[in-house]
Design a protein around this ligand. Structure first.
Ligand code: GLP
Length: 252
């Protein structure tokens, strides 16, 4: 696992978009796994810039890494809404090539199996772009005694719910939309498992800000543990971590 430290978040955003752009240029029908969260918003903005300069997304497949369970896919909390707002509305990924879990499938376990089949049918991920939670989660694979290879329904840790709730509150203030109370905030999600992620031909991890300094350090500690799912990325032969100076500077 290689670490690249970038001088600022905007430099990181551009670098991440360049990496994705290079993959798409060399393989126009690339299969991409994309994250949500605050960190990748700048990468999506820069990808839209590259698109305006001619980068073509018409043949790529994009798989979202996760989605909350039992939420309105058109509502403000859903990752489907996030992807439309931050990426799909700005580029030319055809609707049938945008993949995301159906949060309201009758049987969520079957929905996860369907998603894994779709990933396999597409040929697996050429590039998985990942964010990392402060507790080391990857997609929504939370720390635990055991991790799961296949896509599955995950119960989120109270810490993750709290962090994501705070993020949604910030966003709601900007867009004047409603967010349920912390008690009503989704605590279950569908997530791609570590299997398809670690089977990706290459992995790009985005880590930004002082709040991620501890987890970044732990990811490079040399220890591998299910208590820090991101530590497993050390096993991957082609994994690059892009970190900004604040994340790489050590705890605040
Ligand atoms: C969320 C998402 C992850 C994301 C992570 C980090 O819980 N499910 O896919 O990578 O948190 O988010 P952020 O970039 O906002 O710190």
């Amino acid at each position: 696992m290689k670490l690249q430290v970038l001088s600022s978040k905007s430099v990181l955003d551009r670098r991440a978009a360049e990496v994705v752009g290079a993959v798409v240029k060399s393989k126009p029908d690339a299969v991409l796994a994309f994250p949500t969260g605050d960190t990748p918003k700048g990468m999506y903005r820069e990808l839209a810039v590259l698109h305006r300069q001619g980068l073509d997304f018409s043949r790529v497949d994009v798989f979202n890494l996760d989605e909350y369970a039992r939420i309105d896919p058109a509502g403000s909390l859903s990752y489907a809404t996030y992807m439309r707002g931050y990426f799909y509305d700005l580029v030319n990924v055809p609707a049938e090539r945008r993949h995301i879990f159906n949060p309201n499938a009758r049987d969520l376990t079957r929905e996860c199996a369907r998603y894994d089949r779709a990933i396999a049918l597409a040929g697996g991920f050429d590039l998985a772009v990942l964010g990392v939670g402060r507790n080391g989660h990857v997609a929504f694979n939370e720390p635990g005694d055991m991790l799961t290879l296949a896509s599955h329904v995950e119960t989120l840790s109270p810490e993750t719910v709290k962090v994501n709730y705070a993020g949604a509150m910030r966003e709601a203030r900007e867009s004047a939309s409603d967010v349920p109370d912390l008690d009503g905030y989704p605590s279950q999600a569908l997530t791609v498992g570590l299997g398809p992620i670690l089977a990706a031909r290459s992995i790009l991890v985005l880590v930004s800000g002082a709040s991620k300094a501890d987890v970044l350090k732990a990811m490079f500690s040399g220890a591998i543990t299910t208590r820090l799912p991101a530590s497993l990325l050390q096993l991957h032969p082609d994994c690059t971590v892009l970190a900004d100076r604040q994340a790489a500077a050590g705890p605040p």
